[in-house]
Design a protein around this ligand. Structure first.
Ligand code: 7PJ
Length: 279
C-alpha cells in the first residue's frame, strides 16, 4: 500500500491513521444537517477542523442518511463547488467530494477537490468514466440497497464475504475503466444496508479486508449503531464513536471519517503509538 496518497496538489500521509473530517452542506444530514448551508459558516467550520488536525475534509451536498430525499444536480453543485474552490486554495490538506454523481465529481475535482468519496462505489451512470478522467484517489464504499430503503431489511448470507466480493468486483470495474488500482480506497459502509449485528461483525473483523493492500476508510461517527448499543442521542454518541474509531484503527483502518475531529485525532495518535510498540 502507498504510504503517501497524492490527492491532486495535496497529499495524505497514510503511514499513520488519519481523520477525515465531515462537512455536510445539506439541510437534512442526520447529525449536522442545516448547520453549514451558509458558505461562510461552512468555511469557518472547515478551518476549525483543519486546525484540530484533520488529514482531509470530506464535503457533501446530498444527505445519504436512511430515507433521505435526493437533491437535484444543480442544487448539489451550488452547495459544494464554491466551498471547495475556497478551501482547496486556502488549506494545506486535501478536500474530498462526497458524491455519487459523475457531473459533481468532475466539477468538484476541477474546483480543487483531491479525492472522490462515493457511497455508491462508482455504480451510478458515468461515475466510472468521470472518476477515471478526474485522476484522483477514489473511495469505493459498500452499500446494500439504496438510501431510501437500505435499512428496511438488510439481508446477507455472510456479510464479510459479500462485502469482500463486492470490493473485488468494483476494483475490477474501476481498473477496466482505466482507474489505477493504487488510486482506490475501500470502505465497508457502516450502517449502509446493515443491521447492528452486521456492523459489529464488520468492526470485529475489519482486518479481513487487508489482503486487498488498499487503504481502508471507515465511518462510524455518531451512527445509529452507537445509539442502539448505548441508548445515547446523536449528539451524545461521541465517546462510543471514539472507542469504535480506535478499535477500527487497531484493526487496520487507515482513515476514520468523523464529525468530532479533535477527539478523533487524539484517538488516532493513541492507536498509532500502540501499533508502533516494538514488543
Ligand atoms: C459514510 C460516508 C461512510 C464513507 C456517509 C454520515 C452518513 N462515506 N458518507 N463512509 N457515511 N466513505 O455522515 O455518517 O461510512 S453519510
Amino acid at each position: 500500500m502507498n504510504k503517501v496518497l497524492q490527492c491532486g496538489r495535496q497529499t495524505l500521509d497514510l503511514s499513520q491513521p488519519q481523520v477525515m473530517a465531515v462537512l455536510n452542506i445539506t439541510e437534512d444530514s442526520f447529525s449536522d444537517g442545516g448547520r453549514w448551508l451558509n458558505p461562510e459558516r461552512a468555511l469557518e467550520h472547515a478551518m476549525q477542523m483543519a486546525s484540530e488536525g484533520a488529514g482531509i475534509i470530506d464535503i457533501g451536498g446530498e444527505s445519504t442518511r436512511p430515507g433521505a430525499t435526493p437533491v437535484s444536480l444543480s442544487q448539489e453543485l451550488d452547495r459544494v463547488i464554491p466551498v471547495i474552490e475556497v478551501l482547496s486554495s486556502t488549506l494545506e490538506i486535501p478536500i474530498s467530494i462526497d458524491t455519487s454523481k459523475a457531473e459533481v465529481m468532475t466539477a468538484a475535482v476541477a474546483a480543487g477537490a483531491g479525492m472522490i468519496n462515493d457511497v455508491w462505489g462508482l455504480r451510478q451512470p458515468g461515475a466510472l468514466q468521470a472518476a477515471a478522467k478526474a485522476n484522483v484517489p477514489v473511495c469505493i464504499m459498500h452499500m446494500q440497497g439504496q438510501p431510501e430503503n437500505m435499512q428496511k431489511q438488510p439481508l446477507y448470507q455472510n456479510v464479510l464475504e459479500e462485502i469482500n466480493a463486492f470490493f473485488s468486483q468494483r476494483i475490477a470495474a474501476a481498473t477496466a475503466a482505466g482507474i489505477e488500482t493504487e488510486k482506490l480506497l475501500l470502505d465497508p459502509g457502516f450502517g449502509f444496508g446493515k443491521t447492528l449485528e452486521h456492523n459489529l461483525s464488520i468492526l470485529a473483523n475489519l482486518n479481513i479486508f487487508a489482503h486487498f493492500k488498499l487503504p481502508l476508510l471507515v465511518g462510524i461517527s455518531r451512527k445509529s449503531m452507537l445509539g442502539e448499543i448505548t441508548g445515547a442521542d446523536i449528539s451524545d454518541r461521541v465517546p462510543a464513536g471514539i472507542a469504535a474509531a480506535t478499535i477500527a484503527a487497531l484493526q487496520g483502518a487507515n482513515i476514520i471519517r468523523s464529525h468530532d475531529v479533535a477527539a478523533s485525532v487524539q484517538a488516532m495518535k493513541l492507536s498509532y503509538a500502540l501499533m508502533s510498540v516494538d514488543l
